[in-house]
Design a binder for this molecule. Sequence first.
Ligand SMILES: Cc1cc2nc3c(=O)[nH]c(=O)nc-3n(C[C@H](O)[C@H](O)[C@H](O)COP(=O)(O)OP(=O)(O)OC[C@H]3O[C@@H](n4cnc5c(N)ncnc54)[C@H](O)[C@@H]3O)c2cc1C
Length: 376
Amino acid sequence: MPPLDLPLLAKPDVLVVGGGTSGASAALAAARDGARVVLAEAGPGPGGTGTYGGVHSYWFGRREGHAAAVQRTTRLAHRALGLRGGIGAWNIEAKALALHDELHAAGVDIRYDTRAFAVLRDHEGDSDSNGNHTRVTGVALAGPDRPYATTAHIIIDATGEADLAAWSGAPTVHGSAATHTTMWASLARFEEPGVTRNQFGGLADLTDPADATRAVLAARRRSPEAHDHGEVPVTREGRHLVGETVLTLTDQLTDRRFPDTISLHFSNHDLKGKGEALWPQLGLIPPNLELEVPYHALLPRRVDGLLVTGKALSATHDALPALRMQADLENLGAATGLAAALCVRDGVQPRQLDVSQLQKRLRHDGLLPEPATPVS
Ligand SMILES: Cc1cc2nc3c(=O)[nH]c(=O)nc-3n(C[C@H](O)[C@H](O)[C@H](O)COP(=O)(O)OP(=O)(O)OC[C@H]3O[C@@H](n4cnc5c(N)ncnc54)[C@H](O)[C@@H]3O)c2cc1C
């Protein structure tokens, strides 16, 4: 393919691609820490699966730290819009407005209706002294009226599908490594104005344009009585990063501790589809667990300049169900944004970051509890 000849329209410290559950939080945390941040989001506003995807409530997850702050601002937006009642199930426009106002106040350069379609790399082929083959230096974006390039010191892939990691040549896998099955996807169903529901609509591969279109049409046919549908299908699981650390169900069942934990997640283990690991096949139903997510589960192999956050983090198909809840991914996103800001400040690549400094900050900011037991 010929090299892209695009105008360079921005050079922030941190570029976040995907302004959904994890990406909006990442952009906020990085900007609040002083980084110059551009946020590129394909949809018309922030929040991703939790707003325009129609998934309007928390389910499990640790609603502490950054997630608690998001809840507070969503509640205020509800009141400001004159909506009554609690936010057990939030109004998706209220949450999108709350997130937008926070991003704007933090000084994030926000680009909606802007889709990343390629990565810019500085070299290919040769390994550097760290054994890395390539460094992502920027992203090609399709804005509302034209394509352009943006370069950044650190780029955060919060697309939920590890798009940038895959395009950079980092190892990724779609769903289960054995069969590529995923958890069920959904096209939001609006039963009446403002009232959304999930749809248990089978599988959808959003990395395959034809299958993404098929999934939309199939979902619309499935509920013709609905008042309206969401614009885009949302997946519980798509393409995963196969990163420096890969989280597995065995790690979870054996309560594995990591020296580089940056986020704690909590959920049940509802596979929403078919499992592949031996444990469920032997009849074991995993209990609800509190799980550590290490920094190295965000690091792509052989690629520098990039952190992958959100549900595309490096975890197997069987490990993801308990890691993917919105409150937890909001906290993980904030931790990722802070990591990026620290990399900028220290002038280092993500894999050179002093993770103990990041952990110290996360504990100070209430994003990471003190370890209950020493790391073995
Ligand atoms: C049907 C369903 C039901 C669920 N139910 C619950 C529940 O009840 N409670 C709960 O807590 N969790 C629930 N979850 C899980 C949770 O909602 C998700 O795990 C979480 O929202 C994913 O966050 P994310 O940041 O990884 O992705 P998303 O929130 O999906 O964000 C990804 C963003 O990236 C953007 N994007 C993608 N590609 C590009 C690109 N190339 N360029 C620019 N932007 C791009 C998208 O537009 C999107 O905004 C559910 C998920 C689904 C799908």
